[in-house]
Design a protein around this ligand. Structure first.
Ligand SMILES: Nc1ncnc2c1ncn2[C@@H]1O[C@H](COP(=O)(O)OP(=O)(O)OP(=O)(O)O)[C@@H](O)[C@H]1O
Length: 374
């Protein structure tokens, strides 16, 4: 009994020391974040000061705050926004971003997921002469974008490991000889870092003055400090080195100051105009439910939640930890009358595309996948 009391006493002491340590760690992390913020501000100030010195003798550039002013392309941009994209008004920063790209600037965009980043490069892509190259990390994202653009009548293609030979030939001809209709070309970063053939065609396209814009989607993947670092993104710096005159737009929904500095450096766009929009998403909300410890009950709870909250088959995604779990959960949901398909990296490309298409066309309600579609 006495021994237990001693142990309990020491346990309390250790727990209180741990709590004390956690508070200190939190304070240190807050301090670190503040210092990174300040470091980024100071570096940006230095850069601006250097840039204004370097450009003081050249033609006057548009001051930062004037990207919402009047431009010669205003009516064309508005017409394309409405008649091609079917969008009646701009969201925050979209017009300014489009104007800075149309002016030939490099641009860094930080905008919340779903905030409307795609329009910021797709609209200039339609208006500028030539082909826009878009680098995006995931096949599923690319497929989604290409499908959406095709529905709007915009000639867009993707060149990935899944592209068939005929389309590949069409794309290479468009790049090399300017034949055929191609405005927007999506590739994964591996194409840039691993395909010499592709890079040589791109070089020819640029040489002929037909490469109009380079867009790097999910640009935080460049940075090892980001939450989703992808090694092939590290090689994207080559694009600005090989095509310095082509404006580049880097877009991300999540970038701390440190990640921003990192990706500006890696992509070689030190003079980029930066646009930061609020990350607040008023249409999103989070709710936490206590999970049952019994697997079957959890599935019942998920199924009930879906059928009660989304009685009109509104689509959604269930995230799981493992590929096996994705398959099991999808099967169990189907057994409870919910049209669910699983989606993960072990599936072949055709099967994945089929699932994606079914879901996009509301033929299935739920996709059960893993974070990052792994
Ligand atoms: N100005 C606008 N008015 C109305 N809808 C818009 C506007 N701009 C974009 N949208 C729509 O908002 C949706 C989300 O846009 P988009 O896919 O470009 O977001 P995103 O910022 O790229 O998101 P993510 O980070 O998730 O890729 C799309 O359906 C798009 O058509």
């Amino acid at each position: 009994m006495e021994e237990e009391e001693i142990i309990e006493e020491e346990l309390l002491l250790v727990e209180s020391q741990l709590n004390g340590l956690q508070d200190k760690i939190k304070t240190l992390l807050d301090q670190q974040e503040e210092l990174y913020e300040r470091q980024a501000q100071l570096k940006a100030l230095l850069e601006i000061s250097k840039t204004s010195r370097d450009t003081s003798n050249s033609a006057p550039s548009v001051p930062l705050e004037d990207w919402s002013g009047k431009f010669s392309w205003d009516s064309q941009v508005d017409d394309t926004r409405f008649n091609v994209f079917g969008i009646s008004s701009y969201r925050s920063n979209q017009r300014e971003i489009i104007n800075s790209i149309m002016s030939g600037k490099d641009v860094l965009v930080i905008m919340a997921a779903g905030g409307g980043k795609s329009l910021c490069y797709q609209l200039p892509a339609v208006l500028r002469d030539g082909i826009t190259l878009v680098v995006s990390p995931l096949l599923s994202l690319i497929q989604d974008q290409v499908m959406g653009l095709a529905a709007l009548g915009i000639p867009a293609h993707m060149l990935t490991s899944t592209t068939n030979k005929e389309i590949e030939k069409f794309i290479y001809k468009a790049l090399e000889k300017g034949e055929g209709e191609l405005k927007i070309l999506y590739v994964t970063p591996e194409k840039i870092s691993k395909s010499k053939r592709f890079m040589s065609k791109l070089e020819k396209c640029h040489h002929a003055g037909r490469l109009s814009l380079v867009a790097i989607d999910e640009a935080h993947c460049c940075s090892q400090w980001g939450h989703d670092f992808r090694p092939d993104y590290k090689n994207l710096g080559i694009l600005k080195i090989q095509f310095p005159s082509v404006p580049m737009i880097a877009l991300t929904a999540t970038a701390t100051s440190k990640v921003q500095m990192d990706l500006i450096e890696m992509l070689h766009i030190p003079r980029s105009v930066k646009f930061v929009s609020t990350v607040n998403r008023p249409n999103l909300f989070y709710r936490v439910y206590e999970k049952s410890s019994v697997g079957k009950v959890v599935i019942d709870e998920i199924a009930n939640f879906i059928s009660e909250s989304y009685p009109n088959n509104e689509s959604g995604i269930v995230y799981c930890f493992s590929r096996k779990e994705c398959e099991q959960v999808a099967k169990e949901l189907r057994g409870r009358g919910i049209s669910a398909d699983y989606y993960h990296a072990d599936m072949d490309v055709v099967a994945r595309e089929k699932v994606h298409m079914r879901w996009s066309k509301s033929k299935s309600q739920v996709i059960v996948g893993r974070n990052g579609n792994q």
